[in-house]
Design a protein around this ligand. Structure first.
Ligand code: CTP
Ligand code: MG
Length: 238
């Protein structure tokens, strides 16, 4: 690899409190097959030879991280997150910007997505790096989609043609994402994922199809699903 080859960094927002999960600890620390969710998530990237370093945003009052297996891992840098996911991501990009070369990429991946498949990560790395802007994993919508009115009755059926669920990782150049996200937040715009900051800046990120098993643990019934997916992966079934 030449000295000028771009490097791949990973930024993991893990500063949420998991209010919808209603767990005894934030969901990134719930146990899944005997280890905290966040250890599964980190292992995917620590095991990958192309990942240069990982930044992890933690809640300022986090007391669980020091007990994790990777607390002393030199490739993982922790820093405090912010009030919303986008603030946590920007805090990580602020740290990354002076350390990254102009061509370096960052993959932003939710701590609460421990079932990311290695083959999906590889596909994203290859396809997004060949795109001018970068891209994100996504899954085409398979259900019929309804928009409700205020009474909870169907107002309309929305065509699912070309509709995708946005997943993570989402991979962009460090500098471009930093500029797009800081600008969107300064303008008070709603940014629910990293691609939407890029879109607001006028870019068109590439959608790369990934497995629907890459779920974001959000509600209590997601935990048995994640257990099932990880067990299947360990048995070589996916
Ligand atoms: N996150 C973060 N900083 C925040 C809020 C969220 O780093 N201020 C992280 C979460 O830890 C999670 C990811 O962003 O890994 C996706 O967010 P979400 O699924 O909404 O997690 P929570 O905000 O923790 O959950 P909830 O919305 O149910 O409270
Ligand atoms: Mg949230």
């Amino acid at each position: 690899m030449s000295a000028d080859a771009p490097r791949y960094w990973v930024a993991i927002p893990a500063a949420g409190i998991g209010s919808r999960m209603r767990g005894a600890v934030p969901k990134q620390y719930l146990r899944l097959l005997g280890r905290p969710v966040i250890e599964h998530t980190l292992a995917i990237f620590l095991d990958h030879p192309r990942i240069h370093g990982i930044v992890l945003a933690l809640h300022p009052q986090d007391s669980e991280w020091p007990r994790c297996e990777y607390a002393d891992e030199s490739r993982v840098t922790t820093l405090p997150g912010g009030d919303a996911r986008a603030d946590s991501v920007l805090a990580m990009l602020d740290w990354l910007l002076p350390r990254a070369a102009p061509g370096d990429w960052v993959l932003v991946h939710d701590a609460a997505r421990p079932c990311l498949l290695r083959e999906d990560l590889d596909r994203l790395l290859t396809r997004a790096a060949a795109h001018s802007v970068g891209g994100l994993l996504g899954a085409p919508v398979v259900d019929t989609v309804k928009r409700a009115d205020a009474a909870g009755e169907v107002a309309e059926t929305v065509s699912r043609e070309r509709l995708w669920h946005a997943l993570t990782p989402q991979m962009f150049r460090v500098g471009m994402l930093h500029a797009a996200l800081s600008d969107a937040l300064a303008r008070g715009l709603a940014v629910t994922d990293d691609a939407s900051a890029m879109e607001l800046a006028g870019h068109r990120p590439l959608l790369v199809e990934g497995s629907r098993s890459n779920l974001k643990i959000t509600r209590p019934d997601d935990l048995p699903l994640a257990t099932f997916f990880l067990t299947s992966q360990a048995n070589g079934e996916s």
